[in-house]
Design a protein around this ligand. Structure first.
Ligand code: PEP
Ligand code: MN
Length: 326
């Protein structure tokens, strides 16, 4: 149940009243509303005056579009996700200053909105490149500032949150950590937007409940990202779930991006998958690109050349004019 109240004092008063009655209750200020949330289906009469009581039919509540019909706009530095097509591009990982600078300049030139680059990499094999850590974040920040692009990067270890917050404009939670609830609660208390990737073995509902964790802990600046799931078919690296984008757009008010790079696994398939994501009504893309893709230290096969990135962005922006983005 969600209770919308007038102001913080009322919110805290209601939370206390409900807790005294044995009902678990959270008070959050999100998207311009003062909200007290209780578990779904738990109806309690309260003496504290409330403006509205919202009963939802889903397990996720705060992120549901049922009570908030307009798409939430998420600010990443000075830019905004949820208005028009938002494109994040950059290498899988930050490797060297020259590499990330070249990528930043190419993303800027191609008309991208933000630069991505991993510094803490979730690699399947422990023998492969694990990311440059804080040095990578420093380089990412430096080149982002130099070319004028906000920067996004993945956080894996809750202990690294202060370091990531220091350098990045948005925190990516990777597919492998989508249900790391300690991490979700921690970024829920952080003052930075969260890019929440869908786990490759998770249902859409689990993904939306992961977003609910972040919101319930106080952070409403959440961007959902579909990045492909594991299915019986191994032709491409993962199966891009376009239906999940359509569903998430209709059932949550959070902006939804798609990642065509990781499901493709091969740069030949990235542009068409990106266009499918845009056609499905996504609010944007996150895509991998590298100055010398074949020599990349991670995900070499799927990273786009700069020329392919330009082609992708111009086609995607053309297509976005034809598709509804609400
Ligand atoms: C990435 O964006 O480089 C990445 C590791 O993505 P995912 O968590 O979706 O695998
Ligand atoms: Mn990658």
């Amino acid at each position: 149940m969600l209770y919308i109240v007038d102001g913080r004092d009322r919110g805290k008063q209601l939370r206390e009243e409900l807790e005294n009655a044995g009902v678990p209750a959270w008070y959050v200020e999100l998207w311009g509303h003062h909200i007290v949330a209780t578990p779904p289906g738990v109806k309690t009469e309260a003496k504290t005056p409330v403006r509205a009581v919202i009963e939802l039919k889903t397990e996720y509540q705060l992120v549901s579009r049922q009570w908030k019909p307009n798409t939430t706009l998420v600010k990443i530095a000075e830019s905004e996700v949820g208005r028009g097509l938002y494109i994040i591009a950059g290498p899988c990982a930050v490797e060297t200053e020259e590499q990330i600078m070249a990528a930043a300049q190419a993303v800027k030139k191609a008309g991208g909105d933000a630069l991505r680059g991993g510094a803490f990499k979730p690699r399947t094999s422990p023998y492969t490149f694990q990311g440059l850590g804080e040095r990578g974040l420093q380089l990412l920040r430096k080149v982002g500032d130099a070319v004028g692009l906000p920067v996004t990067t993945e956080l894996m270890d809750p202990e690294d949150l202060p370091t990531v917050v220091k350098y990045a404009d948005a925190i990516q939670i990777g597919a492998r950590n989508m249900q790391n609830f300690t991490l979700l609660k921690k970024v829920g208390r952080a003052n930075k937007p969260v890019l929440l990737k869908r786990g490759f073995a998770n249902t859409v509902e689990e993904w939306l409940l992961a977003a609910e964790y972040v919101a319930l802990h106080g952070n409403g600046d959440i961007v959902l990202i579909e990045r492909g799931i594991r299915t019986f078919d191994k032709t491409l690296r993962f199966t891009l779930d376009v239906g999940a984008i359509v569903y998430a757009k209709q059932h949550t008010h959070l902006p939804v991006l798609g990642d065509p790079s990781h499901p493709a696994g091969d740069r030949r398939y990235v542009v068409p998958l990106a266009l499918a994501i845009v056609a499905a009504g996504a609010d944007g893309l996150i895509v991998e690109t590298h100055p010398n893709p074949d020599k990349a230290w991670s995900d070499a096969k799927q990273q786009l050349t700069f020329q392919q990135l330009e082609e992708l962005i111009s086609k995607a922006r053309e297509l976005a004019k034809l598709t509804a983005h609400q």
